[in-house]
Design a protein around this ligand. Structure first.
Ligand SMILES: [Zn+2]
Length: 485
């Protein structure tokens, strides 16, 4: 890798799908060559590490920012024309503020457009958000909600093409190539995780094992016997798999995994490091939500934990959660997406409520696309405890700094005599569990002091036996808020 290096990539998009690349590393080793969009070079730099110049679609991923934004403006204007008069709820929203499609000409005009929220999608259940006749839709997905109706999305054949391309770009961004074997342990079905990665890996030319979620014993058997080089699942399930290896007498050395493609829930860098160590792979963050497409909206790369957004298909904005005003680059707020090329269910300014920030500096990997900071929380995951804003991932980051506990925890919030009360149950490691009661009490005290100093509120820390907290095969459930009952 070339972390923090001085890598430069020059690309001339005028040559169409073929481009001339110059990749300069720290040691001034020049790698250059004529690449097609689907070729890659992977050369050993003088440091003995690999310099990855793994870009699936240089035309779009390395486009100068000004050209990128011009294209976004054109596609936004086209998207609004496809929506107005075809999606009644958007037409009504625009009419209500006196906005016509012709008012949207460039990227800057995006601020004139109304926002979309998950409630809009629920209100339009099932097909009210579709911008084309149902006969032009070739696939339907829906996002699971714990409350209310599902958010239903439709894809035309072009939408599926673009989605596959975005996932292929993402997998290549991790370093995967045609020779890799991807074990997809995301669920297949209405959830977009399984089929999204599946089509992306096929587009890349890699081999796909469509395992789907669940049945940990079978997952481990396939990991050992089929020798996949990459796995895609939620980060919490990756940890669960890692912990389950020993139960079946398997060590990480028996696995052939090189890449982990993890997403669909917020997770921390500390958790990433734990997964990498336990499974012996390099972990990457893939982001997406079914409302905007599914996985592949953005992806981290070999040079950065921030995620490159597929900017030719999605316009990202960060807004202030209270005022809904756009925030400048680098500031944290709610992440909003407009899916400008989507035909089936194009969305304008969809508020994901995920918290992130945007960064426009070019990346050492050569991509020029805007990057979003790793999502570590959702505005609606935020707990307000005695007036203090608390994110589960803040607690996770504290726990993972201790070697005596596992990254499996549950936050239980209650109201006792009108006062909020938080308990954090954390699993001990097997080794620490055998220690004396005094040691355990000492650790509980240390954790309590850390939580108090980071969050500014105290919590009851309860260390529990290894493997005693419930495991999830999809998205992890970390919080039980009894105040809502
Ligand atoms: Zn990068």
């Amino acid at each position: 890798m070339n972390q923090g290096g001085t890598a430069e990539v020059a690309f001339r998009p005028s040559t169409g799908m073929k481009g001339f690349f110059v990749f300069k590393t720290d040691s001034n080793v020049m790698l250059s060559g004529r690449l097609t969009a689907s070729e890659m070079i992977q050369r050993e730099s003088s440091g003995g590490e690999y310099v990855n110049n793994l870009i699936w679609d240089p035309t779009h991923e390395c486009m100068p920012l000004a050209e990128q934004q011009k294209l976004q403006g054109e596609r936004l204007a086209d998207c609004v024309r496809r929506i107005y008069g075809h999606v009644p709820f958007y037409t009504e929203k625009m009419d209500a503020i006196g906005l016509l499609p012709g008012d949207i000409k460039t990227l800057e005009d995006i601020v004139k457009l109304p926002f979309t929220d998950k409630q809009d999608m629920r209100d339009q259940y099932p097909y009210g958000t579709f911008a084309v006749p149902l006969s032009d839709i070739i696939r339907i997905h829906a996002s699971s909600g714990t409350t209310g109706k599902q958010k239903v999305v439709g894809y035309t054949s072009k939408d599926i093409e673009i989605w596959s391309e975005c996932c292929a770009r993402s997998l290549r961004s991790a370093g995967m190539t045609k020779g890799d074997i991807l074990h997809v342990a995301y669920g297949y079905g209405l959830f977009t995780g399984g089929l999204g990665l599946h089509y992306g890996a096929e587009r890349l030319g890699a081999t796909v094992i469509p395992v789907s979620s669940g049945n940990t014993m079978r997952q481990i058997q396939i990991l050992v016997d089929f020798q996949p080089t990459a796995i895609a699942c939620t980060p919490s399930y990756a940890l669960h798999l890692a912990d389950a290896l020993s139960t079946y007498g398997v060590t990480k050395d028996q696995l052939h995994l090189k890449y982990g493609i993890f997403g669909a829930e917020p997770w921390t860098i500390a958790m990433k490091e734990q997964i990498e160590e336990k499974l012996g792979l390099k972990a990457f963050d893939i982001y997406g939500l079914s409302e905007t497409m599914g996985p592949g909206v953005s992806m981290s790369c070999v040079c950065s934990d921030d995620l490159h957004i597929q900017a030719d298909h999605f316009i990202a904005e960060i807004i202030d959660p209270e005022t809904h005003q756009p925030l400048p680059p680098g500031e944290t707020g709610e992440l909003v997406f407009s899916s400008i090329t989507k035909e089936g269910t194009p969305l304008l300014r969809y508020n994901t409520h995920d918290l992130s920030s945007l960064h426009y500096e070019p990346c050492a990997c050569g991509r020029t696309t805007v990057r979003m900071e790793k999502v570590t929380g959702r505005a609606d995951d935020m707990l307000i405890i005695r007036g203090v804003n608390v994110f589960p991932t803040q607690i996770e980051a504290i726990l993972l700094s201790y070697g005596e506990v596992e990254p499996h925890y549950m936050i239980i919030v209650d109201r006792v005599r009108n006062l909020d009360f938080m308990e954090i149950q954390i699993e001990m490691t097997r080794a620490f569990f055998s220690d004396s009661v005094r040691e355990i009490e000492n650790l509980e005290r240390k954790l309590n002091a850390d939580v108090q100093s980071v969050l500014g509120i105290s919590a009851k820390i309860t260390l529990v036996e290894p493997r005693s907290l419930p495991r999830s095969e999809g998205k992890a459930k970390r919080v039980i808020d009894n105040r809502k009952n």
